[in-house]
Design a protein around this ligand. Structure first.
Ligand SMILES: Cc1ncccc1N[C@@H](C)c1ccc2c(c1)OCCO2
Length: 114
């Protein structure tokens, strides 16, 4: 899925850009529902409905563990987090609205290559 090795030196993965953007998201006023994994004791249905949970602390850990081979993998985890939010939460709910806010914030700052 990631760029072929030959071009990677040009489009090298910029972890510093992702780290900075992640930090900005973590301190965003509407980030509160996404800071930690959803507590499945608090939301027993969550595990059943959401097959791939994702949250900002997990993304941060994966970034520090070099789990992301390219920036697109980082972006797809961020988008997974927001898609999970839309599946489980009504648009017209505090968490649903926070998700739409945060998604807008991310997409505005994510470099559009194509
Ligand atoms: C992103 C998300 N999706 C579905 C369910 C939960 C969450 N977030 C948790 C942190 C959360 C969000 C809202 C809460 C809460 C916990 O606990 C108490 C009441 O309000």
């Amino acid at each position: 899925f990631c760029k072929s090795v030959s071009v990677h030196f040009m489009l090298q993965f910029k972890p510093s850009y992702c780290r900075n953007l992640l930090c900005e998201m973590e301190c965003h006023e509407h980030a509160w529902p996404f800071l930690l994994p959803v507590n499945t004791k608090q939301f027993p249905q969550y595990k059943k409905v959401i097959k791939s949970p994702m949250d900002l602390s997990t993304i941060k850990r994966k970034l520090h563990e070099n789990s992301y081979k390219c920036k697109e993998e980082f972006a797809s985890d961020v988008r997974l987090m927001f898609s999970n939010c839309e599946v489980f939460n009504e648009d017209d709910s505090p968490v649903g609205r926070a998700g739409h806010h945060m998604r807008g914030y991310f997409e505005q700052r994510w470099p559009q290559l194509t």
